[in-house]
Design a protein around this ligand. Structure first.
Ligand SMILES: *[C@@H]1O[C@H](CO)[C@@H](O)[C@H](O)[C@H]1NC(C)=O
Ligand SMILES: *[C@@H]1O[C@H](CO)[C@@H](O)[C@H](O)[C@H]1NC(C)=O
Ligand SMILES: *[C@@H]1O[C@H](CO)[C@@H](O)[C@H](O)[C@H]1NC(C)=O
Ligand SMILES: *[C@@H]1O[C@H](CO)[C@@H](O)[C@H](O)[C@H]1NC(C)=O
Length: 136
């Protein structure tokens, strides 16, 4: 009785870690791009957590309208193993940086909103080159 319980416990642990290994993560290029983007915007994201995990303050659930703070990804690429950033919403987050040209390194980006911050300077030419971007 005691032995068969032990076997069950270890099986559970193995299955759990396999599932974790299969979960989708953000493409490494885009993680690097977000590091630069965070610096330029003055946003301290937590890179110990995958940006697409919605944990670690990457996506605050149920934020009031006008104060959205979220990075949203599509994780259906390469058999649901790779994510790409599709939306960045950083509204009223007291940001004081500039619009990052590095946004061009997020090739699947569709929407970015920086309303309600003190972002200064021009919109970099590269940003106009993001063919998927429909809303800035
Ligand atoms: C999320 O943000 C809060 C408040 O800024 C901070 O105290 C907390 O450590 C952050 N959590 C993570 C996982 O970054
Ligand atoms: C995610 O990307 C795939 C491939 O481009 C697309 O078919 C799908 O509709 C997207 N999913 C969402 C929720 O946007
Ligand atoms: C995706 O999964 C299918 C079915 O498991 C497999 O046949 C295919 O080779 C996989 N494709 C990639 C790019 O891993
Ligand atoms: C935008 O793309 C065009 C065509 O690829 C390129 O010639 C141009 O240098 C790009 N502009 C910027 C500012 O990156």
């Amino acid at each position: 009785m005691f032995c068969s319980r032990l076997v069950l416990v270890s099986l559970t642990i193995v299955i759990y870690s396999v599932n974790l290994g299969c979960s989708a993560t953000l493409a490494p290029d885009e993680v690097d791009a977000l590091k630069q983007i965070g610096k330029t915007l003055g946003k301290n994201w937590n890179f110990d957590v995958d940006p697409c995990s919605e944990g670690g303050n990457w996506s605050i659930p149920n934020a009031p309208e006008g104060s959205e703070n979220a990075v949203i990804c599509n994780c259906t690429f390469v058999n649901n193993t790779i994510c790409h950033v599709v939306t960045i919403a950083l509204k009223s987050q007291s940001l004081q940086g500039t619009v990052p040209g590095e946004l061009v390194r997020l090739p699947y980006l569709q929407t970015i909103s920086l309303l309600g911050n003190r972002i200064t300077g021009p919109i970099p030419g590269e940003v106009a080159n993001i063919s998927t971007l429909s809303d800035l």
